[in-house]
Ligand binder design. Structure first.
Ligand code: NCD
Length: 312
């Protein structure tokens, strides 16, 4: 069963988000966005320590989590490049690392290259674990900021046509977004990818079982005029066993300036970033390009997530 595989451990219980949890975080983020603009954010986490430990590279996720913590008054302990600079280098297990960080921090934001690592960490940690990406598995806070961005524009998360383009096999944002979208009715999904990078059989099966409308195709041009949301993804080079396989598919779907004419005037281009070449920078100034706004929204959503975790 394809569920909302969120491994945040909240109040010492392993917890998967419900639709209500998600809506409460999204509406909190709306308030926070206003508070930031008005300069009225309260430092309610002044007595908290938040650990950020990243075993994989990150720009937006780590820095927006840290900014979120700082804006709310928390103190941060942070390990970047943790494969080389934490005791993981000496062979320490993820379990022991999570136990140790629980001794110091009230919440632990973790990114790791292995699928399931956040779940393992949460099984032994006594502090809350926030999964900031575990291998090709899940990236729940990214999915939350994505739906926040979409809802801000359309006002709803149902009755939308959404295309996902690129590496759908390895995109952890997609893997966390789909369970959220499945809470909302009447959405149509287009999955555009090379065959080698298609959605999992598990997701395909679940969509069929639930009678959700979805189309898998390799024709991006045909899909563009139909969608409200175009979600581009990077081909995840680091998940390939050999470079030849990557080279074969890396340029399969590139969004160019001329594609803008095919998109509806009211549509949104999203991308979790970083991009390589899958969105031509000439698109950046188009009003349908939302990927930088999306990254900005990550701050509000991650602040809302901290408040939620601490029951505030
Ligand atoms: C994504 C990730 O790490 O999964 N990036 C991000 O967190 N903003 C997508 C990617 O790396 O391609």
């Amino acid at each position: 069963m394809y569920t909302v595989a969120y491994f945040e451990k909240i109040l010492n219980k392993k917890k998967q988000f419900t639709k209500e949890d998600i809506e409460s975080i999204l509406s909190r983020a709306v308030t926070i966005e206003k508070d930031i603009k008005n300069g009225t954010v309260k430092k309610v986490l002044a007595d908290k320590v938040i650990a950020c430990i990243f075993f994989e590279p990150s720009t937006r996720t780590r820095l927006s989590f840290e900014t979120a913590a700082i804006r709310l008054g928390a103190n941060i302990i942070s390990v970047e490049n943790a494969l080389a600079s934490s005791s993981s280098f000496k062979g320490e297990t993820i379990e022991d690392t999570a136990r140790m960080l629980s001794c110091y921090a009230d919440a632990i934001v973790i990114r790791h290259h292995k699928s399931g690592s956040a779940d393992i960490a949460s099984s032994v940690a006594t502090s809350s674990i926030i999964n900031a990406g575990d291998g090709a598995n899940q990236h729940p806070s990214q999915a939350l900021l994505d739906v926040y961005t979409i809802k801000k524009e359309y006002g709803h998360l149902d009755n939308l046509s959404i295309a996902f383009v690129g590496d759908l096999k390895n995109s952890r944002p997609l893997h966390s977004l789909m369970p959220i979208f499945l809470f909302y009715p009447n959405n149509t999904f287009y999955f555009v990818s090379p065959k080698e990078l298609a959605i999992s059989e598990e997701l395909r099966q679940e969509l069929e079982d639930k009678n959700i409308k979805f189309i898998e195709t390799q024709n991006m041009e045909e899909v563009l005029p139909k969608v409200d949301v175009l979600y581009m993804t990077r081909v995840q080079k680091e998940r390939f066993d050999n470079i030849e396989d990557y080279e074969k598919v890396k340029d399969s779907f590139l969004l160019k300036g001329e594609h803008l004419d095919l998109l509806k005037m009211k549509s949104m281009i999203l991308h979790p970033l970083p991009r390589v070449n899958e969105i031509d920078p000439v698109i950046d100034n188009d009003k349908r390009a939302y990927y930088f706004a999306q990254a900005q929204n990550g701050l509000y959503v991650r602040m809302a997530l901290f408040l939620y975790i601490f029951g505030l």
